[in-house]
Write a protein of this length. Structure first.
Lengths: 307, 174
């Protein structure tokens, strides 16, 4: 019986087994080549490929929105119980911040009134300022990047809503999140402040002289992402708890993509070394990048929504 | 494999991509890789060729859904994973109860290293310290934990057609 022609059917559950190794190898080679072609195409910025990606992303959007809607009660419950553990310390922190904010608000009110009258007197023509010259489009965060969730997110609005490349993005509370780096009709990719490639010109207005630098993100020794205000000269008198805002510079026809005055965060540590020419200033961003659910895209007033 | 069988596999992978992109990757660095686990499970049950195609398609869908600046990276990694796990399923790992867990664990570690290598080669900003030391141990654990329920779902959806045929071919001796 051992020599009979009846053999175990080895491969009816594995179709590829019966078809021979050549076909199998051909399939994986073709797929690998196609993937490499896709990578090369996107790195070279091939237009049709980006458009196709945009169309695909737009097609996925309704399903992503529905998934978020279905999951939201569960996520809210999780957040609620998670919030209970940190509620006490959060209350103390918020009370301290409220006292500081009330003091600042009264100072700002008189400064703003003085600023308005001086601008009128000088007939000053400045750059577009936040929030006066912008309208906001608030939209949901659909997806997070992989494998590094702190690098970018996709949002549920695109060029059809008037969003364009390099538009600044803030939280619903008005804190800086990042900027738009890819746009399709119905979705857009936002590169976060915590991405190492995102450099934001920022200023500490409380320092004397004003401390201007670049916001940069680095991985700290605990594997977390820390945000620094880099390239600030040692002469600047930066203190802990100072607030940092977008600088919004402009030079001739060039201007920062971020309008001036968007709050970024507070200074949590200041250090300097003899061998370095600049200070090491660590910032605690106001935006909570770990739980972004909705963001607001700043669109200059007067821009018309495209298709 | 029938069209209905392939459609079930597509549906399973599509749901995995949707959940991965919208919910799981938002959990932070330590989050399960549902798409990888699904591709591994499907490849184990359906072999190298189907595993490779499923991996490629799932990766492409994931890159499209997240508007990834590196379209094709996930496809390359998941297609390769699907192929090799499929080969393992067709040969050594066939019918072994530990095969899904072992495959998922090995695939999670290797894909993490391969992702990092590709990102470095392509000069994309990514921290090896974060991905390997702070993300990988937790992800490995979560992926292995996900394996059992996902394997059960996949086995129910993609029922092994060969089992009955094989039994029918056995002939009594004597």
């Amino acid at each position: 019986m051992l020599g009979s022609s009846h053999q175990r059917s080895a491969g009816s559950e594995f179709p590829s087994r019966g078809r021979g190794p050549l076909r199998r190898r051909l399939v994986i080679c073709l797929l690998a080549l196609a993937a490499i072609a896709l990578i090369t195409g996107t790195l070279r910025g091939v237009g049709p490929l980006k458009r196709a990606q945009g169309v695909g992303s737009d097609a996925m959007r309704p399903f992503e929105v529905v998934t978020h809607k279905i999951a939201s009660p569960f996520v809210d419950t999780y957040d609620y119980f998670g919030g209970l553990f940190s509620a006490k310390s959060e209350v103390a922190k918020l009370r301290k911040e409220l006292t500081q904010a009330q003091e600042l608000a009264s100072q700002n009110a008189s400064a703003a009134a003085e600023n308005t009258s001086l601008r009128k007197a000088l007939d000053y023509q400045g750059v577009k300022t936040f929030p006066r010259d912008f309208r906001g489009i608030t939209t949901a965060v659909l997806t997070h990047a992989w494998p590094e969730p702190a690098s970018d997110v996709t949002i549920a609005a695109g060029s059809a809503s008037g969003i364009a490349l390099n538009d600044a993005v803030i939280t619903v509370d008005g804190y800086l999140v990042g900027s738009v780096t890819e746009v399709s009709t119905e979705t857009a990719r936002v590169t976060l402040l915590t991405d190492p490639s995102a450099g934001v010109s920022a200023v500490d207005l409380a320092a004397s002289p004003n401390a201007e630098g670049i916001i940069e993100a680095n991985v700290d020794s605990h594997g977390g992402i820390s945000v620094y205000l880099d390239r600030v000269p040692k002469s600047a008198n930066v203190k802990v708890d100072d607030q940092v805002f977008t600088a919004g510079w402009h030079y001739r026809d060039l201007a920062s993509i971020y309008p001036p005055g968007i709050p970024i965060g507070t200074v949590i540590s200041v250090g300097q070394l003899d061998v370095e020419q600049t200070k090491q200033i660590q910032i605690q961003p106001y935006a909570n990048f770990g739980s972004l659910e909705n963001v607001t895209v700043l669109i200059p007033k007067g821009r018309v929504a495209g298709g | 494999m029938s069209v209905a069988d392939a459609a079930k596999a597509v549906l399973l992978l599509w749901l995995a991509v949707l959940l991965q992109a919208t919910l799981l990757s938002g959990l932070g660095l330590v989050s399960p890789d549902l798409v990888l686990v699904t591709v591994v499970v499907v490849a184990l049950m359906r072999g190298a060729e189907f595993g490779a195609i499923a991996g490629f398609a799932a990766g492409l869908l994931l890159d499209v859904a997240t508007l990834s600046p590196l379209l094709g990276v996930s496809s390359l990694l998941l297609a390769t994973t699907g192929y090799w796990i499929g080969r393992y399923g067709e040969t050594t790992g066939r019918d072994r109860s530990h095969a899904p867990y072992l495959s998922v664990a090995v695939a999670t570690v290797l894909v993490s290293f391969a992702t990092l290598s590709l990102y470095f080669v392509l000069q994309q900003p990514v921290s090896a310290q974060r991905v390997l030391f702070h993300g990988l141990p937790g992800r490995l654990l979560l992926d292995v934990l996900l394996t059992a329920p996902l394997f059960r779902i996949a086995r129910r959806l993609l029922r092994r057609q060969g089992m009955l045929e094989r039994t029918a071919e056995v002939r009594l001796l004597g």
